[in-house]
Design a protein around this ligand. Structure first.
Ligand SMILES: [Zn+2]
Length: 461
C-alpha cells in the first residue's frame, strides 16, 4: 500500500514538473524550438477537415499527373479565356477538368486549356499557388467561389482523391496525429467517362486505400463523415440518401455533417429538423457533427443545430453570443471543433486575440483543435497548436485535455476509442520522458516539416 502511495506521489510530482518545465520552455523557446516541440508532440485526433481540401496542391499535382494513379485519365487546366460560346463557367484560371469534360468542348474552348502534366515550371507554380490562400487579400470569396471550384474536377475522380488522402494521412502520421474524421461528399464522384461513380464503389475505393501498407504504417485511424451541402435545393433528399448509405457502411462511415457557407440563409439549421426527426424514426446510431455559427453575426445557430441532434459543433464562433446555450454546453455533452487558422484566413477573426476559443476552453466547454481545409491554408495541426499557444498561452494540461477530448468525442466505436485513448496516454508518457532531461537537447533530434503557412506566418525571419 505504501509502495502504491509512493508511486502515485512520484507520478504526480513528475507531472507537475513537466507542466512547469513546459511553462519555462514557452517563455524562452525560439519559434523554431516551439514549432519542433509541437510537431513532435502526440496530438490525438483531427475531427474537422474536408477530405478534398486537406491535401496540399503538391499532393494533388503529384497524384493527378501519375499514370499509376490516374489509370488512363488525363487532366486539363485552364490558362486563358477565348470567349467561345461553350466556354465553361465560372471563368476561372487554373480550373482543372478531367478528359471527358475537355472532350465535350469545342476546339475553340479546348484552346483555353493545357494538359496538367505538360505545364511549364512557371505555370506549374501558378497552378500550385492558385489552389491555396497564400496572397494578401485572398479570403472568404477566393476560397468558397474560386479555389473549391478549381479543384472540383480532380476531387471528383475517386482514384485521385483516394491517392491524395493516402499522401496526407502519411503526413498526418508523421506529425503525431493518431485519428482523423474526414468529411466526404457522397455524390459528385465520376468515372473517366463522366458517369456517376456509385457511392458503394467510393466506399470500396477508400477501403482499398486504407489497406495500402504505407497508409497502415502511418498509424492514423480513419473514419469518414458524409457531408451534405446545406443550401442546395435537394439537401433533404441528400441527407436521406446519406443515412441509408451510412447504415450500410458502418465499418468506416460514422456519421453526417452539414457544410456550406452559413451566410447563405437557404441552408439554415431548422430547415432540416423534420428530416432528421423522420430519419431517427428509422435509424439508430448515425452520429452528427454539424457546422454551426461560422458567421460574423450573433445568433442561435448552435442551439438550433443541437436541436437537430448534433453531438459536435463545427466552429461554433457565435456560440459566445448565445448565453443560454453557452452555459448548457458546460455540461460537457457536446464538443466544439475549433479551427483557428481557417477562422483567421476566412476573416471571421482576422485578429485571433478576439476568438472565443479560450472562453470555451476555460469555462469547461469541450473543445479540440482541427485543421478544416489545411490543403488550401497550406497548414497543419502543429500550426493550430502553435497559434493557440501564442495567442492564449495554453498550458500543458490544457493541451493534453484537448488532445484527449479529440479522441473522447470522436465517433469511432467505443472499443476503438478506448484503445486510442490508452495508446495516446502511453505515447504522451513516453514523450514526456523523452523530454525529461533537456528540451533544447532533445529537440535537436526532431525534424519537423514546417507548413507553408508556418513559413509565411510563424517562422518568419
Ligand atoms: Zn469545415
Amino acid at each position: 500500500m505504501l509502495k502504491m502511495f509512493l508511486l502515485a506521489a512520484s507520478v504526480a510530482s513528475a507531472q507537475v514538473t513537466f507542466d512547469e518545465r513546459f511553462e519555462q520552455f514557452k517563455r524562452t523557446a525560439t519559434p523554431e524550438q516551439l514549432y519542433a516541440f509541437l510537431y513532435a508532440m502526440p496530438k490525438g485526433g483531427d475531427l474537422h477537415h474536408h477530405g478534398s481540401l486537406a491535401a496540399y496542391p503538391e499532393e494533388w499535382f503529384a497524384a493527378a499527373t501519375d499514370p499509376a494513379v490516374t489509370r488512363g485519365n488525363t487532366f486539363f487546366t485552364r490558362l486563358r479565356y477565348s470567349a467561345c460560346p461553350d466556354s465553361l463557367e465560372p471563368f476561372l484560371r487554373y480550373q482543372t477538368i478531367a478528359r471527358y469534360a475537355f472532350l465535350k468542348l469545342s476546339p475553340c474552348a479546348q484552346e483555353e486549356y493545357a494538359r496538367l502534366d505538360q505545364l511549364s515550371p512557371e505555370r506549374r507554380q501558378g497552378w500550385l499557388s492558385a489552389m491555396r490562400l497564400d496572397q494578401p487579400g485572398e479570403g472568404r470569396d477566393e476560397f468558397f467561389e474560386q479555389v473549391v471550384n478549381r479543384l472540383l474536377g480532380l476531387a471528383r475522380d475517386p482514384n485521385v482523391l483516394a491517392d491524395v488522402m493516402a499522401r496526407y494521412l502519411q503526413r498526418y502520421g508523421r506529425e503525431g496525429i493518431r485519428y482523423v474524421e474526414t468529411q466526404l461528399g457522397l455524390v459528385g464522384g465520376v468515372d473517366q467517362e463522366g458517369q456517376p461513380y456509385p457511392p458503394a464503389k467510393v466506399a470500396d475505393t477508400m477501403r482499398a486505400m486504407l489497406a495500402r501498407p504505407e497508409v497502415k504504417a502511418s498509424g492514423v485511424t480513419v473514419r469518414f463523415l458524409i457531408t451534405v451541402i446545406r443550401f442546395r435545393p435537394d439537401a433533404e433528399q441528400r441527407i436521406e440518401e446519406a443515412y441509408a448509405f451510412l447504415d450500410q457502411n458502418r465499418d468506416l462511415f460514422a456519421g453526417l455533417n452539414l457544410a456550406g457557407r452559413e451566410d447563405n440563409d437557404k441552408g439554415h439549421a431548422l430547415r432540416f429538423l423534420e428530416t432528421f426527426r423522420k430519419l431517427r424514426r428509422q435509424y439508430s446510431g448515425i452520429r452528427l457533427s454539424i457546422h454551426a455559427g461560422e458567421v460574423d453575426s450573433p445568433g442561435t445557430q448552435v442551439r438550433d443545430t443541437l436541436l437537430l441532434g448534433a453531438e459536435r459543433i463545427g466552429h461554433g464562433l457565435n456560440l459566445i453570443t448565445d448565453p443560454n446555450t453557452l452555459v448548457r454546453m458546460r455540461d460537457r455533452r457536446q464538443l466544439v471543433e475549433i479551427n483557428l487558422v481557417s477562422n483567421r484566413l476566412l476573416e471571421y477573426f482576422p485578429n485571433l486575440d478576439l476568438h472565443p476559443f479560450p472562453e470555451y476552453l476555460r469555462t469547461g466547454v469541450p473543445v479540440c483543435l482541427n485543421t478544416d481545409d489545411p490543403g488550401v491554408w497550406d497548414s497543419n495541426l502543429t500550426d493550430e497548436y502553435f497559434t493557440a499557444i501564442r495567442h492564449f498561452r495554453l498550458t500543458w494540461a490544457e493541451m493534453k485535455q484537448m488532445a484527449r477530448d479529440s479522441l473522447q468525442y470522436s465517433f469511432a466505436p467505443s472499443e476503438v476509442r478506448r484503445l486510442m485513448l490508452a495508446n495516446y496516454d502511453i505515447a504522451l508518457g513516453n514523450f514526456e520522458n523523452r523530454f525529461a532531461k533537456s528540451f533544447p537537447e532533445t529537440l535537436k533530434s526532431v525534424k519537423p516539416e514546417p507548413s507553408g503557412y508556418a513559413l509565411r506566418n510563424i517562422l518568419v525571419k
